[in-house]
Design a protein around this ligand. Sequence first.
Ligand SMILES: *Cc1c(COP(=O)(O)O)cnc(C)c1O
Length: 403
Amino acid sequence: MENERFGKPFTQQEPVPEEGIAAAVEILRSGRLHRYNTVAGETSVVSLLEQEYAAYQGVKYCLATTSGGQAMQIALRAAGVKPGTKVLANAYTLAPVPGAIYAAGGEPVLVEIDEDWHTDISDLCMKAEASGARYFMLSHMRGHIADMDAICAVCDEFGITLIEDCAHTMGARWKGIRSGNFGRVACFSTQTYKHLNSGEGGFLTTNDAELAARAVVGSGSYMLYGSHGAIPDEDVFQRVRLNSPNCSARMDMVRAAILRAQLPMLENNIARWNERYRALSRGLMEIRGLRVPWRTADEAYVGSSFQFQAIGLAGRVPALVAACAERGVDIKWFGDDTPHAFTSRYDSWEYLGYLPNLPETKRVLSTTCDIRVPLTFSVEDCAQIAKIIAQEAVRLMENKAVE
Ligand SMILES: *Cc1c(COP(=O)(O)O)cnc(C)c1O
């Protein structure tokens, strides 16, 4: 009993809803998979999805893309980033973020994070001042939303264009405002492990007409942009259509059909994620040596993953990861010197050509433990996971041998 093992995989998502499967099969039968391959009078499924996501997000314009990373590249270019443009970015994020900045020709200026995995506001000011960077790609990493009043105040003070990476905050809000609606443009991912699942995919949203038009043309619309679902007027396209490179990152019909079936379920799924998040939180909150983040009432988060800091196990996090793995619990550790699977620390992005020194980020990541919370786990599963982590952490802290 003491050494019970958890038996479910941490990477198993729920199936695509039946109506999504049926719609995808119908598209496969039709042979018309490309978003511009419509018959007379037909609105593309991708355009319908763009309208529906724009309505959900509460914005005017939406573009569906092949991935979140492509949405970020397109957003950076459409916002004006050119080769050599400096772009601020919080250093705790996933590799596609510096990758997108690099691919757009930008030069990332990495910013420290604080204890709660938020962008460190004073370091943001310092780096903005010292580098002269006028763009900020803000990753709401693992769904932790920083004080957006403070972030927006810094952006206003320095004249910084804010681009939000909402890969982990689709559906989240801060002070009632949807994450993604603070900056000039936002990017979302519909890759399998995010809040909607089309294997790969993404969205770009904005209320800026010129930026939206540049993004649509930049996604590879050719001169067929007029068939898109949530776009500005033709006169805006007339101004930008010859000045945006075609970067071929369009979403196809099958993925759009799969996503359209999932979007109506998102709000309910957020409630389900948060029940599971709370079970994990409850199970680990009282354990001495583990620090579970305090989420403020301003933040309506989506608990699709769970983080804690094993502060009582500084230097021994790998032992905790190993002990939990033995019992079927997958913990990811962003503090490792060598990148593993999906995780990598900022100092392993060597192609950036400079090695920033971010001691606070390194220190916070050295004790940061991260777990996925797929909806195939029940609330009881999450309570069991917390119990296993707690037992192993306490055992290690008491330095008792593991039986
Ligand atoms: C997944 C992810 C992305 C990119 O999404 P893809 O669709 O996989 O390209 C960007 N930022 C963060 C923080 C992510 O986790």
